[in-house]
Design a protein around this ligand. Sequence first.
Ligand SMILES: Nc1ncnc2c1ncn2[C@@H]1O[C@H](COP(=O)(O)OP(=O)(O)OP(=O)(O)O)[C@@H](O)[C@H]1O
Ligand SMILES: [Zn+2]
Length: 709
Amino acid sequence: MSHWLQIVVATPAHSAIAGPLTYRSALLLRPGTLVRVPFGRREVLGVVWQVLPDSGGMPEASIRDIAGVLDGLAPLSSTWRRLVAFTAGYYQRSLGEVALAALPPQLRDLTTLQLTRRLKRTVVDTSHPQDTTDLIALSAQQACAIAEFDAETSEKQRPALLFGATGSGKTEVYLRAAAKVLEQDPEAQVLVMVPEINLTPQLQARFEARFAHLGRERVVPMHSGLTPAQRLKGWLAAHSGQARLVLGTRMAVFASMPNLRLLVVDEEHDPSYKQQEGARYSARDLAVYRARLETRDREHPHGACRVLLGSATPSLESWQATIVGRYQRLNMNERIGASPAGQPGGLPTVRRVDMNHQPKHCVIAPPLLAAIGERVARGEQSMIFLNRRGYAPVLACHDCDWKSDCPHCSAYRVFHKIDRTLRCHHCGFTERVPRACPSCGNIDIAPVGRGTERLEEHLAELLANVTRPDGGPVRIARIDADSTRLKGSLESQLASVHAGEVDVLVGTQMIAKGHDFRHITLVAAINTDSALFSSDFRAPERLFSLLMQAAGRAGRDAQRSAASEMWVQTFHPDHPLFEALKRHDYPDFAEQQLAERQAAGLSPFGFSALIRADAKTQEVAQGFLNAAAEAAQTQQLPGHAHVMAYPAVPMTIQRVANIERAQMLVESPSRKALQGFLAAWQPLLFETRRQAEFKSLVRWAIDVDPIAI
Ligand SMILES: Nc1ncnc2c1ncn2[C@@H]1O[C@H](COP(=O)(O)OP(=O)(O)OP(=O)(O)O)[C@@H](O)[C@H]1O
Ligand SMILES: [Zn+2]
């Protein structure tokens, strides 16, 4: 007997095939079963989506048979399928693309036999009861946060936002919440997400140590830094229920976990939770959605699943949700060990340096330099933060005004002194630095501005006369994307900071977030003003959180927190953003920002999407967007009365690798109206794309809830 199945396979992003395909099978398979099916001339991995009552009117002879079943694997749950279907619908991508991208790549390549062999390698359970004596005693605020989180369990199951100052011990709260769930039910699973796992090797070690008693390989990592084999192994462990805790980056939100009971999203405000290509999903938003699906799943009932978001500087979306009561807010405003005598909450004193009153062209103001010198002499560490890598952002000729632009992008190439190259940070185009100005021959071409590489060099000169307590010279180190290119180099550089082998650490945002540095007592941000006047309405939010996070690296050891400082160099010391920073007053900052956004109808009070188009010329890129918008207007798409589509404009970096880029902003006060409009608009965008005049269009994509405009 034949059964007719709808099966989802990976389809090229913009092909005509968007939905599942129909196949025949001799066996009746359950939805969620992984299969191999013929697709064109290849055989590919597919997921059974639905069982059909009949061949649906298609000539039966035209329907192909499935090639095989991955029968060692349990079917993917209905919650998982619903999450994937929601993601595809909400972010306007095809089901096949989202479903298959959510599975480990190696699963696509393995034969059924290879897979069976993998599955046979079982893990020996070496669990023994946990020795609770070595657990640290919770602070009063931690205990209170946990009690409130638990108290919610009985009622509405709202998502919770742990609003905890830097160093207030949020990780311990996550650990306790996870431990409780895992103890109460021997099958329960927990998913913990972090923005960039490579930045926090510390965290993985802490989770592994805490749950070692559950047995070997019960805590598994899930992120793009793993080998394909490691990824498959972790995925299988989660899917089979063997892994009790998955610690991963945004991709882990799609982990198949049949008994998921708790999702934790650490640093929930972090932009890296938003995927920037393919389906541009927000893993934080999907985590909240998934918890709701898991709780309500009738096919796989396993009790409530909660979500715990955490941050010292929550996204304004999550913060607003706590104000209106959609989310539960848990407060921890004090650092571990904060003494009432010190700064409020044990946080560092913020010092603003008015650069209008400093010597002209000085990079580090004299009082800041003196303060760093004193710290070095006392054997303490300082950290200087500059969000720009390389030696100088541009090389210029002062005679003829030549600048090191990238021939392929509308951007300057950055000067890297270490290998004497000019590198484009957008397209990667790299050349040796010319001996003389390529335009007029002047040999006096000079770097303009400053990146971390130059700052490091400059600091060595400025601090040449400072000595450490042992009489030795100051030790300066730099951590950024350039210094950590080699595998393992970030880990070893961080280890040397932790070991106290560095006196002054220079770096980009890589060092500002998440690290539990114990010996840093001074943090300085030397050049942040440009973000104050950005055209992107989220720039102040990003700057504020980055500075709060950076400040959070100073004085984490309670013994030294009283004398810890955060310095900010600025030409606008009275800006309200810095006033709020000085008081470590996130709620006040959020209030200012939310008031502005409400007045302007911006997120979280309004909803938006960007349609991006790339082409050989701006004319075609913009023309395509405008034509598609016109078609939408003419056809009066659902929701159009509540949707505003602005004219197409060039993107801020207009040209990258010789491709012109344009975008169109679409806004609506109603999420539902925007969703309805976008769904109806998609076919029109495909249709417009096929018109002869837009033949040279390279690609287009929709970004729903964009995080940068
Ligand atoms: N109850 C406690 N008693 C003693 N030390 C604690 C306690 N809870 C946490 N700590 C320690 O306090 C330090 C800060 O904790 P943690 O790294 O979790 O802070 P955080 O809130 O995540 O901060 P950030 O937002 O800056 O990452 C860690 O070294 C942690 O081991
Ligand atoms: Zn370039």
